[in-house]
Write a protein that binds this ligand. Structure first.
Ligand SMILES: Cc1ncc(COP(=O)(O)O)c(C=O)c1O
Length: 450
Protein backbone atom coordinates (compact mmCIF):
# COMPACT_ATOMS: atom_id res chain seq x y z
CA UNK A 1 0.00 0.00 0.00
CA UNK A 2 1.44 3.47 -0.83
CA UNK A 3 2.64 5.27 2.30
CA UNK A 4 0.17 8.15 1.99
CA UNK A 5 -2.81 5.80 1.70
CA UNK A 6 -1.81 3.83 4.78
CA UNK A 7 -1.27 7.07 6.72
CA UNK A 8 -4.80 8.19 5.83
CA UNK A 9 -6.25 4.79 6.70
CA UNK A 10 -4.52 4.80 10.06
CA UNK A 11 -5.90 8.29 10.74
CA UNK A 12 -9.42 7.13 9.90
CA UNK A 13 -9.13 3.94 11.93
CA UNK A 14 -8.01 5.86 15.03
CA UNK A 15 -11.72 6.44 15.64
CA UNK A 16 -12.24 2.71 16.05
CA UNK A 17 -9.30 2.03 18.33
CA UNK A 18 -10.69 2.16 21.87
CA UNK A 19 -7.26 2.06 23.49
CA UNK A 20 -5.90 5.30 22.07
CA UNK A 21 -5.93 8.29 24.43
CA UNK A 22 -8.49 11.00 23.73
CA UNK A 23 -7.18 13.52 21.22
CA UNK A 24 -6.52 17.00 22.60
CA UNK A 25 -9.32 19.48 22.07
CA UNK A 26 -8.56 23.05 21.22
CA UNK A 27 -10.82 24.43 23.98
CA UNK A 28 -10.65 24.75 27.75
CA UNK A 29 -13.26 21.96 27.92
CA UNK A 30 -10.37 19.52 27.47
CA UNK A 31 -9.48 19.68 31.20
CA UNK A 32 -12.94 18.47 32.13
CA UNK A 33 -13.04 15.90 29.34
CA UNK A 34 -9.84 14.24 30.47
CA UNK A 35 -11.17 13.83 34.01
CA UNK A 36 -14.43 12.05 33.22
CA UNK A 37 -14.42 8.42 34.28
CA UNK A 38 -14.57 5.87 31.45
CA UNK A 39 -18.27 5.11 31.99
CA UNK A 40 -19.13 8.60 30.87
CA UNK A 41 -16.95 8.73 27.79
CA UNK A 42 -17.02 5.17 26.47
CA UNK A 43 -19.23 4.67 23.46
CA UNK A 44 -21.27 1.54 24.18
CA UNK A 45 -21.15 -0.70 21.14
CA UNK A 46 -24.54 -1.92 20.00
CA UNK A 47 -24.80 -5.71 20.05
CA UNK A 48 -28.08 -7.03 18.64
CA UNK A 49 -27.86 -10.21 20.76
CA UNK A 50 -27.72 -8.25 24.03
CA UNK A 51 -29.70 -5.05 23.63
CA UNK A 52 -29.43 -4.28 27.35
CA UNK A 53 -25.74 -3.40 26.86
CA UNK A 54 -26.91 0.00 25.64
CA UNK A 55 -29.06 0.58 28.64
CA UNK A 56 -27.37 -0.31 31.88
CA UNK A 57 -24.22 0.40 33.78
CA UNK A 58 -24.43 -0.88 37.34
CA UNK A 59 -21.76 1.58 38.51
CA UNK A 60 -23.92 4.60 37.75
CA UNK A 61 -26.30 6.11 40.25
CA UNK A 62 -29.81 5.95 38.86
CA UNK A 63 -31.44 9.37 38.58
CA UNK A 64 -35.05 9.54 39.74
CA UNK A 65 -36.62 10.06 36.33
CA UNK A 66 -39.16 7.38 35.47
CA UNK A 67 -38.63 6.17 31.95
CA UNK A 68 -35.02 7.08 31.17
CA UNK A 69 -32.04 4.79 31.18
CA UNK A 70 -30.31 5.12 34.57
CA UNK A 71 -27.56 7.68 34.22
CA UNK A 72 -25.48 10.17 36.14
CA UNK A 73 -27.25 13.48 36.77
CA UNK A 74 -26.09 16.09 34.28
CA UNK A 75 -25.59 19.31 36.22
CA UNK A 76 -23.35 21.21 33.84
CA UNK A 77 -24.59 24.62 32.67
CA UNK A 78 -26.24 23.05 29.67
CA UNK A 79 -27.29 20.71 28.19
CA UNK A 80 -29.41 19.85 31.22
CA UNK A 81 -31.58 16.94 32.39
CA UNK A 82 -34.77 16.38 30.39
CA UNK A 83 -38.34 15.78 31.41
CA UNK A 84 -39.66 12.38 30.25
CA UNK A 85 -42.50 13.87 28.20
CA UNK A 86 -40.09 16.19 26.36
CA UNK A 87 -37.79 13.30 25.46
CA UNK A 88 -40.73 11.15 24.38
CA UNK A 89 -41.83 13.89 21.96
CA UNK A 90 -38.60 13.25 20.07
CA UNK A 91 -39.81 9.79 19.10
CA UNK A 92 -42.65 11.20 17.04
CA UNK A 93 -43.31 9.20 13.87
CA UNK A 94 -42.18 10.55 10.50
CA UNK A 95 -44.33 13.33 9.12
CA UNK A 96 -44.05 15.89 6.36
CA UNK A 97 -42.58 19.22 7.43
CA UNK A 98 -45.18 20.92 5.23
CA UNK A 99 -48.13 18.70 6.24
CA UNK A 100 -50.99 20.29 8.22
CA UNK A 101 -50.24 18.45 11.49
CA UNK A 102 -46.64 19.66 11.69
CA UNK A 103 -47.50 23.15 10.44
CA UNK A 104 -49.96 23.42 13.35
CA UNK A 105 -47.35 22.30 15.91
CA UNK A 106 -44.67 24.64 14.51
CA UNK A 107 -47.11 27.57 14.40
CA UNK A 108 -48.13 26.95 18.02
CA UNK A 109 -44.46 26.61 19.02
CA UNK A 110 -43.71 30.08 17.63
CA UNK A 111 -46.66 31.51 19.57
CA UNK A 112 -45.35 29.78 22.71
CA UNK A 113 -41.93 31.39 22.13
CA UNK A 114 -43.69 34.79 22.17
CA UNK A 115 -45.30 33.82 25.49
CA UNK A 116 -41.92 32.76 26.92
CA UNK A 117 -40.55 36.23 26.10
CA UNK A 118 -43.72 38.02 27.35
CA UNK A 119 -44.16 39.41 23.83
CA UNK A 120 -47.49 40.60 22.46
CA UNK A 121 -46.23 43.21 19.96
CA UNK A 122 -47.17 41.74 16.54
CA UNK A 123 -44.32 43.66 14.85
CA UNK A 124 -41.83 41.43 16.67
CA UNK A 125 -40.98 38.02 15.20
CA UNK A 126 -39.69 34.81 16.76
CA UNK A 127 -37.41 32.51 14.75
CA UNK A 128 -36.87 28.81 15.50
CA UNK A 129 -34.06 27.44 13.32
CA UNK A 130 -32.11 24.18 13.19
CA UNK A 131 -28.76 24.95 14.74
CA UNK A 132 -27.29 25.71 18.13
CA UNK A 133 -27.13 28.95 20.11
CA UNK A 134 -24.18 30.09 18.03
CA UNK A 135 -26.42 30.38 14.97
CA UNK A 136 -28.18 33.27 16.76
CA UNK A 137 -24.89 35.21 16.72
CA UNK A 138 -24.57 34.57 12.96
CA UNK A 139 -28.15 35.73 12.43
CA UNK A 140 -27.39 39.01 14.22
CA UNK A 141 -23.97 39.52 12.61
CA UNK A 142 -25.13 38.84 9.05
CA UNK A 143 -28.49 40.68 9.12
CA UNK A 144 -28.53 43.48 11.69
CA UNK A 145 -25.15 45.13 11.16
CA UNK A 146 -23.13 45.77 8.00
CA UNK A 147 -19.47 45.59 7.10
CA UNK A 148 -17.49 48.39 8.75
CA UNK A 149 -20.25 49.33 11.23
CA UNK A 150 -19.62 49.45 14.99
CA UNK A 151 -20.86 47.06 17.68
CA UNK A 152 -20.32 47.50 21.42
CA UNK A 153 -19.84 44.14 23.15
CA UNK A 154 -20.44 44.20 26.93
CA UNK A 155 -17.96 41.56 28.00
CA UNK A 156 -18.33 39.38 31.09
CA UNK A 157 -16.44 36.26 29.95
CA UNK A 158 -15.64 33.74 27.22
CA UNK A 159 -18.94 34.15 25.33
CA UNK A 160 -18.39 37.91 24.90
CA UNK A 161 -15.12 37.16 23.10
CA UNK A 162 -16.87 34.61 20.88
CA UNK A 163 -19.78 36.92 19.98
CA UNK A 164 -17.24 39.64 19.10
CA UNK A 165 -15.33 37.14 16.93
CA UNK A 166 -18.56 36.22 15.12
CA UNK A 167 -19.40 39.90 14.47
CA UNK A 168 -15.91 40.47 13.09
CA UNK A 169 -16.20 37.41 10.85
CA UNK A 170 -18.96 39.25 9.00
CA UNK A 171 -16.98 42.51 8.85
CA UNK A 172 -18.43 44.48 11.77
CA UNK A 173 -16.07 46.36 14.12
CA UNK A 174 -16.49 45.03 17.66
CA UNK A 175 -15.39 47.17 20.60
CA UNK A 176 -15.34 45.21 23.84
CA UNK A 177 -16.16 46.88 27.15
CA UNK A 178 -14.59 44.57 29.72
CA UNK A 179 -14.81 44.20 33.49
CA UNK A 180 -12.42 42.27 35.76
CA UNK A 181 -13.24 38.53 35.91
CA UNK A 182 -16.36 38.00 38.03
CA UNK A 183 -17.59 41.56 37.66
CA UNK A 184 -19.61 43.37 34.97
CA UNK A 185 -19.26 46.80 33.36
CA UNK A 186 -21.32 49.31 35.36
CA UNK A 187 -24.21 51.30 33.90
CA UNK A 188 -22.19 54.59 34.05
CA UNK A 189 -19.32 52.86 32.17
CA UNK A 190 -21.76 51.68 29.51
CA UNK A 191 -23.28 55.17 29.30
CA UNK A 192 -19.80 56.65 28.85
CA UNK A 193 -18.94 54.16 26.07
CA UNK A 194 -22.19 54.97 24.23
CA UNK A 195 -21.39 58.69 24.38
CA UNK A 196 -17.94 58.16 22.85
CA UNK A 197 -19.06 56.61 19.56
CA UNK A 198 -22.32 55.80 17.75
CA UNK A 199 -22.96 52.04 17.77
CA UNK A 200 -25.36 50.14 15.52
CA UNK A 201 -25.80 47.39 18.09
CA UNK A 202 -24.90 46.69 21.71
CA UNK A 203 -24.54 43.03 22.63
CA UNK A 204 -24.87 41.77 26.17
CA UNK A 205 -24.44 38.22 27.45
CA UNK A 206 -27.28 37.98 29.98
CA UNK A 207 -25.45 35.21 31.87
CA UNK A 208 -21.92 34.39 30.75
CA UNK A 209 -21.69 30.63 31.18
CA UNK A 210 -17.92 30.81 31.71
CA UNK A 211 -18.19 33.02 34.81
CA UNK A 212 -21.80 32.81 36.06
CA UNK A 213 -21.98 36.62 35.87
CA UNK A 214 -25.47 38.06 35.37
CA UNK A 215 -25.96 41.35 33.53
CA UNK A 216 -28.70 43.88 34.29
CA UNK A 217 -30.45 43.75 30.92
CA UNK A 218 -33.32 46.03 31.91
CA UNK A 219 -30.92 48.70 33.23
CA UNK A 220 -28.64 48.50 30.17
CA UNK A 221 -31.60 48.74 27.76
CA UNK A 222 -32.78 51.89 29.59
CA UNK A 223 -29.32 53.47 29.24
CA UNK A 224 -29.16 52.61 25.52
CA UNK A 225 -32.61 54.08 24.83
CA UNK A 226 -31.70 57.30 26.68
CA UNK A 227 -28.24 57.81 25.14
CA UNK A 228 -28.50 56.22 21.71
CA UNK A 229 -32.15 55.37 20.94
CA UNK A 230 -31.48 53.85 17.49
CA UNK A 231 -28.87 51.36 18.73
CA UNK A 232 -30.21 47.80 18.76
CA UNK A 233 -30.08 46.03 22.13
CA UNK A 234 -29.03 42.43 21.45
CA UNK A 235 -29.08 39.93 24.32
CA UNK A 236 -27.33 36.56 24.31
CA UNK A 237 -29.79 34.68 26.52
CA UNK A 238 -28.41 31.19 25.90
CA UNK A 239 -27.81 30.67 29.64
CA UNK A 240 -30.71 32.77 30.90
CA UNK A 241 -33.90 32.24 28.90
CA UNK A 242 -36.14 29.95 30.95
CA UNK A 243 -34.57 30.75 34.33
CA UNK A 244 -33.99 34.52 34.54
CA UNK A 245 -36.62 37.22 34.14
CA UNK A 246 -36.85 38.61 30.58
CA UNK A 247 -39.66 40.98 29.54
CA UNK A 248 -38.97 41.48 25.82
CA UNK A 249 -41.57 44.19 25.10
CA UNK A 250 -41.56 45.94 28.49
CA UNK A 251 -37.75 46.27 28.52
CA UNK A 252 -37.74 47.38 24.85
CA UNK A 253 -35.21 44.75 23.74
CA UNK A 254 -34.39 44.17 20.05
CA UNK A 255 -32.99 40.66 19.98
CA UNK A 256 -32.85 37.88 22.53
CA UNK A 257 -31.17 34.79 21.14
CA UNK A 258 -31.04 31.46 22.88
CA UNK A 259 -30.65 27.71 22.39
CA UNK A 260 -32.93 24.79 23.18
CA UNK A 261 -30.63 22.86 25.53
CA UNK A 262 -30.33 25.02 28.64
CA UNK A 263 -33.10 26.29 30.94
CA UNK A 264 -35.70 25.65 28.23
CA UNK A 265 -35.06 21.94 28.80
CA UNK A 266 -35.16 20.64 25.21
CA UNK A 267 -32.40 18.57 23.58
CA UNK A 268 -29.71 20.59 21.76
CA UNK A 269 -30.25 21.52 18.11
CA UNK A 270 -32.54 24.53 17.98
CA UNK A 271 -31.58 28.17 17.76
CA UNK A 272 -34.37 30.41 19.10
CA UNK A 273 -34.24 34.11 18.31
CA UNK A 274 -36.79 36.78 19.25
CA UNK A 275 -36.52 39.98 17.17
CA UNK A 276 -38.28 43.34 17.62
CA UNK A 277 -40.07 45.36 14.94
CA UNK A 278 -37.15 47.82 15.18
CA UNK A 279 -34.67 45.00 14.42
CA UNK A 280 -36.73 43.83 11.45
CA UNK A 281 -36.90 47.40 10.09
CA UNK A 282 -33.12 47.65 10.49
CA UNK A 283 -32.75 44.46 8.46
CA UNK A 284 -35.15 45.71 5.77
CA UNK A 285 -33.22 48.97 5.38
CA UNK A 286 -29.81 47.31 4.85
CA UNK A 287 -27.71 48.85 2.09
CA UNK A 288 -26.09 45.48 1.30
CA UNK A 289 -27.63 42.00 1.11
CA UNK A 290 -27.37 39.74 4.21
CA UNK A 291 -23.90 38.24 4.38
CA UNK A 292 -25.08 34.68 5.06
CA UNK A 293 -27.32 32.37 3.04
CA UNK A 294 -28.60 29.88 5.68
CA UNK A 295 -28.85 32.58 8.38
CA UNK A 296 -30.44 35.18 6.10
CA UNK A 297 -33.52 36.83 7.58
CA UNK A 298 -34.67 37.44 4.01
CA UNK A 299 -34.97 33.68 3.65
CA UNK A 300 -36.42 32.90 7.09
CA UNK A 301 -38.73 35.82 7.89
CA UNK A 302 -41.53 34.80 5.47
CA UNK A 303 -41.21 31.16 6.55
CA UNK A 304 -41.66 32.01 10.24
CA UNK A 305 -44.56 34.35 9.46
CA UNK A 306 -46.24 31.66 7.35
CA UNK A 307 -45.87 28.91 9.96
CA UNK A 308 -47.28 31.23 12.61
CA UNK A 309 -50.25 31.81 10.32
CA UNK A 310 -50.63 28.04 9.89
CA UNK A 311 -49.43 28.13 6.27
CA UNK A 312 -47.02 25.53 4.91
CA UNK A 313 -43.78 27.04 3.75
CA UNK A 314 -40.27 25.93 2.87
CA UNK A 315 -36.78 27.38 2.83
CA UNK A 316 -34.80 24.59 4.55
CA UNK A 317 -36.12 21.48 6.31
CA UNK A 318 -36.94 22.08 9.98
CA UNK A 319 -35.88 19.55 12.66
CA UNK A 320 -39.42 18.24 13.06
CA UNK A 321 -38.85 15.99 16.09
CA UNK A 322 -36.96 18.72 17.95
CA UNK A 323 -39.79 21.14 17.24
CA UNK A 324 -42.17 18.63 18.87
CA UNK A 325 -39.89 18.49 21.92
CA UNK A 326 -39.71 22.30 22.08
CA UNK A 327 -43.50 22.47 21.79
CA UNK A 328 -43.86 20.09 24.74
CA UNK A 329 -41.40 21.90 27.00
CA UNK A 330 -42.80 25.36 26.17
CA UNK A 331 -46.33 24.13 26.91
CA UNK A 332 -45.11 22.91 30.30
CA UNK A 333 -43.19 26.14 31.03
CA UNK A 334 -45.98 28.51 30.01
CA UNK A 335 -48.69 26.51 31.82
CA UNK A 336 -47.57 28.25 35.02
CA UNK A 337 -46.69 31.90 35.68
CA UNK A 338 -43.16 32.70 34.47
CA UNK A 339 -42.53 34.65 37.68
CA UNK A 340 -43.02 31.39 39.60
CA UNK A 341 -40.40 29.64 37.44
CA UNK A 342 -37.93 32.48 37.96
CA UNK A 343 -38.55 32.36 41.73
CA UNK A 344 -37.98 28.57 41.87
CA UNK A 345 -34.63 29.02 40.11
CA UNK A 346 -33.69 31.88 42.46
CA UNK A 347 -34.54 29.70 45.47
CA UNK A 348 -32.42 26.77 44.22
CA UNK A 349 -29.60 29.18 43.39
CA UNK A 350 -29.69 30.64 46.92
CA UNK A 351 -29.42 27.12 48.33
CA UNK A 352 -26.39 26.30 46.15
CA UNK A 353 -24.67 29.59 46.92
CA UNK A 354 -25.27 29.17 50.68
CA UNK A 355 -23.73 25.67 50.52
CA UNK A 356 -20.72 27.02 48.62
CA UNK A 357 -20.19 29.69 51.29
CA UNK A 358 -20.61 27.10 54.05
CA UNK A 359 -17.80 25.08 52.45
CA UNK A 360 -15.59 28.16 52.70
CA UNK A 361 -15.47 28.50 48.91
CA UNK A 362 -16.06 31.63 46.86
CA UNK A 363 -17.75 32.29 43.55
CA UNK A 364 -16.30 33.94 40.46
CA UNK A 365 -19.25 36.35 40.56
CA UNK A 366 -18.50 38.02 43.86
CA UNK A 367 -21.43 40.42 44.25
CA UNK A 368 -24.93 39.03 44.89
CA UNK A 369 -26.45 41.29 42.21
CA UNK A 370 -23.98 39.91 39.62
CA UNK A 371 -24.78 36.26 40.33
CA UNK A 372 -26.72 34.09 37.87
CA UNK A 373 -29.61 31.96 39.12
CA UNK A 374 -29.21 28.97 36.78
CA UNK A 375 -25.56 28.21 37.46
CA UNK A 376 -22.75 28.84 39.93
CA UNK A 377 -19.04 29.13 39.06
CA UNK A 378 -17.08 28.03 42.15
CA UNK A 379 -13.38 28.66 42.89
CA UNK A 380 -11.72 25.50 44.20
CA UNK A 381 -9.63 25.64 47.38
CA UNK A 382 -6.05 26.81 46.70
CA UNK A 383 -4.05 23.78 45.49
CA UNK A 384 -6.96 21.90 43.89
CA UNK A 385 -7.85 21.79 40.19
CA UNK A 386 -10.94 20.37 38.41
CA UNK A 387 -9.32 16.93 37.88
CA UNK A 388 -9.05 16.64 41.70
CA UNK A 389 -12.82 16.87 42.19
CA UNK A 390 -14.76 16.10 38.98
CA UNK A 391 -14.04 12.33 39.00
CA UNK A 392 -15.15 12.08 42.67
CA UNK A 393 -18.39 13.84 41.80
CA UNK A 394 -18.88 11.60 38.76
CA UNK A 395 -18.36 8.52 40.96
CA UNK A 396 -21.28 9.77 43.03
CA UNK A 397 -23.42 10.15 39.90
CA UNK A 398 -23.07 13.93 39.54
CA UNK A 399 -21.58 15.61 36.46
CA UNK A 400 -20.30 19.17 36.91
CA UNK A 401 -18.25 21.16 34.38
CA UNK A 402 -14.68 22.40 34.64
CA UNK A 403 -13.61 26.02 34.24
CA UNK A 404 -13.99 27.75 30.88
CA UNK A 405 -12.56 31.23 31.27
CA UNK A 406 -9.17 30.92 29.62
CA UNK A 407 -7.25 32.92 32.25
CA UNK A 408 -8.43 30.85 35.24
CA UNK A 409 -9.89 27.63 33.76
CA UNK A 410 -7.89 25.35 36.05
CA UNK A 411 -9.03 27.11 39.24
CA UNK A 412 -12.78 26.56 39.24
CA UNK A 413 -15.74 24.33 38.47
CA UNK A 414 -19.29 25.07 37.28
CA UNK A 415 -22.54 23.74 38.72
CA UNK A 416 -25.66 24.10 36.53
CA UNK A 417 -29.01 24.28 38.32
CA UNK A 418 -31.65 24.76 35.65
CA UNK A 419 -34.85 23.13 34.44
CA UNK A 420 -36.34 19.91 35.81
CA UNK A 421 -33.48 19.44 38.25
CA UNK A 422 -34.88 22.42 40.15
CA UNK A 423 -38.53 22.61 39.09
CA UNK A 424 -39.52 18.97 39.68
CA UNK A 425 -40.03 18.56 43.44
CA UNK A 426 -39.72 14.77 43.12
CA UNK A 427 -36.10 15.07 42.03
CA UNK A 428 -33.42 15.56 44.63
CA UNK A 429 -30.70 16.48 42.10
CA UNK A 430 -29.60 19.70 43.78
CA UNK A 431 -29.56 18.31 47.34
CA UNK A 432 -27.61 15.24 46.17
CA UNK A 433 -25.13 17.39 44.26
CA UNK A 434 -24.55 19.68 47.24
CA UNK A 435 -23.98 16.68 49.54
CA UNK A 436 -21.58 15.13 47.00
CA UNK A 437 -19.67 18.39 46.57
CA UNK A 438 -19.17 18.64 50.33
CA UNK A 439 -17.78 15.09 50.55
CA UNK A 440 -15.58 15.44 47.49
CA UNK A 441 -13.95 18.71 48.56
CA UNK A 442 -13.06 17.22 51.98
CA UNK A 443 -11.75 14.06 50.29
CA UNK A 444 -9.69 15.95 47.68
CA UNK A 445 -8.14 18.28 50.27
CA UNK A 446 -7.19 15.30 52.42
CA UNK A 447 -5.64 13.49 49.43
CA UNK A 448 -3.49 16.56 48.71
CA UNK A 449 -2.60 17.09 52.38
CA UNK A 450 -4.31 20.51 52.42
C1 LIG B 1 -23.91 32.37 26.90
C2 LIG B 1 -23.72 31.46 25.73
N1 LIG B 1 -23.81 31.96 24.50
C3 LIG B 1 -23.68 31.21 23.42
C4 LIG B 1 -23.43 29.85 23.53
C5 LIG B 1 -23.28 29.03 22.30
O1 LIG B 1 -24.35 28.14 22.23
P1 LIG B 1 -24.22 26.72 21.49
O2 LIG B 1 -23.15 25.97 22.18
O3 LIG B 1 -25.59 26.13 21.65
O4 LIG B 1 -23.89 27.03 20.08
C6 LIG B 1 -23.32 29.28 24.78
C7 LIG B 1 -23.04 27.84 24.95
O5 LIG B 1 -22.89 27.32 26.01
C8 LIG B 1 -23.48 30.10 25.91
O6 LIG B 1 -23.41 29.59 27.14
Amino acid sequence: MPARTSERLSLISRHFNEKLPLPQLNTPFSSERNTLPPDDIDVQVYKPSSPSVLLQSSKQTPATMSSQTPHSTLLIPGPIEFDDAVLQSMSHYAESHVGPAFVKVFGETLSLVRKLFQNIDPKAQPFVLSGSGTLGWDLVASNLIERGEDALVIHTGYFGDSFAACLETYGAKATQLKAPIGDRPSLPQIEQALKEKPYKIVTITHVDTSTGVLNDIKGIAEVVRRISPETLVVVDGVCSVGCEEIAFDAWDLDVVLTASQKAIGCPPGLSIVMTSGRAIDRFKSRKTPPSSYYASMANWLPIMQNYENQKASYFATPATQLVHALHTTLKQITARPLSERVAIHAHASDKVKAAVAELGLSQLASKPENQAHGMTAIYLPEGLTPPDVLPGLAKRGVIFAGGLHKEIASRYIRFGHMGVSVTDPARKDIDNAIASLKEVVVEAKKAKGL
